[in-house]
Design a protein around this ligand. Sequence first.
Ligand code: PHE
Length: 511
Amino acid sequence: MENNRSSWGSNLGFLLAAIGSAVGLGNIWGFPYKMGKSGGFTFLIVYLLLAIFVGMIIMVSELAVGRKTKLSPIDAYKKVSKKFAWIGWLATIAPFLIMSFYSVLGGYCLQYIALNMTKLSFGNEAVAMSGGDVFGAMLTTPLGCVVFTALFIIICMVIVQGGVSGGIEKFNKVGMPALFVMLLIIIVRSLTLPNAVEGLKFMFVPGYAVKAGFIDEAPNLITVLGTAGGQMFFSLSLAMGAILTYGSYLSKDENLVKNSVIIVAADTLIALMAGIAVIPAAVSYGLSQGMAPGEITLRGPGLLFITLQDVFSNMGKIGPLFGVIFYVLVLIAAISSAISLMETIGAHWIDKDLEKGETDTRKRVILIVALLILLEAIIVAWDGLGSNFSPASLLGITTVPTFLDCFLDFFDCWSEGIAMPLGAMLMALMIGWETGPNLVLDEVAHGDPSEGFKKFYKFCVKFVVPIVMAFVLAGQMIDFFGANEIIWYVVAGVLLVLFWIIAGVGNKKEA
Ligand code: PHE
């Protein structure tokens, strides 16, 4: 079977694909506003620490388990663990749920590209609506959203059907450099707008966001830990099977530690660059309109689809051109992530067919995956972020916890909120206490890690990662379910201890 299994054309191709998976809406949309909301600089420091001590560790682990087993998540976990084989299912269902809204957001990007192209051809007056009106009109036209969502899914499907090196790698080899150049163009434009420096201060000067009135108060450190942890995991595509799957197509000769460092560094760099492209432009526009800092929409979908559209509409004749460049850039980021999710979902069945000796079933499997994604995505596209209906309205509930706000949040809660932190916690416990860290370190050794790295890895995977993940899990629960914070810390703590015991008890001693 191994002979027929897909593989990357080169290490560079793998790197660009993995960076493509990591760089997505999480970087361009999530990172800037979460950084602002969580007090700017503090968030950045916490984020970087987490990326080094937790993100890197899980990245190396996933790549190693993938490459060692040369299997998709479901079979890979079954092979390495007796107790936690079901993590593989978590890591396959979660990407499926993420695609329910990721493809809808991709569809929004397509619509905004079309909008700005119309303005470019027929003048800004062609659609003389504010960003808010455009967004509202789009959300309340569900059929349009469904059509563009379907278009996005079809684009991703065709790429993934092209194969690992023939489709995914090819797309990223062109897409990633293009994204980088476009981001630079937007940064230059953004930083040369009046008052852009206020946006930079919002991001980088400790305490400025509160002092200047952008937000009311900075959250406490534990909340920042939860937010930064959740963001870091999502942004690095961790604990969703994607990195494991991409690792399973990687050649034995490549150095996993070096590759992980490059992926983490590139993803963080692009997130920061996206912040510098987006926040100063949004702040500059808001201040020029006489808004108070607190009135500028810097968070949620509003930042990308309302505030920034206003920025481009107010740049004169050339504005729509920047609009097209920006939304194409976001679209590339969204596609490069979505194809990794699609590949992860389909990989198990493609492998299964290979086992049976059927070599050419990729096209069929991915078509079925795409159709299933379309089914769930229609719900998210149709509810229009809760404008048309929501889980809460269907249930007739009036005081609404976040996870029932709209179907996007509902699916996000199960995937990003629960499956992701739980999956990462379980993976670390499995490696640290059930199989032993050599499961990963022996595989990494094909690229020779130093003694220092081995010690660092063992300590982090056994202690740091599980504990941090419990905090992230609690933080996500508080975000999604609200209610009493203490309860969620207790729940996360109990789960941690329980799984820790399960992982550690009754294992045969390692030779
Ligand atoms: N990392 C992507 C982003 O930042 C999202 C993603 C998560 C992709 C998990 C694949 C797996 O948007």
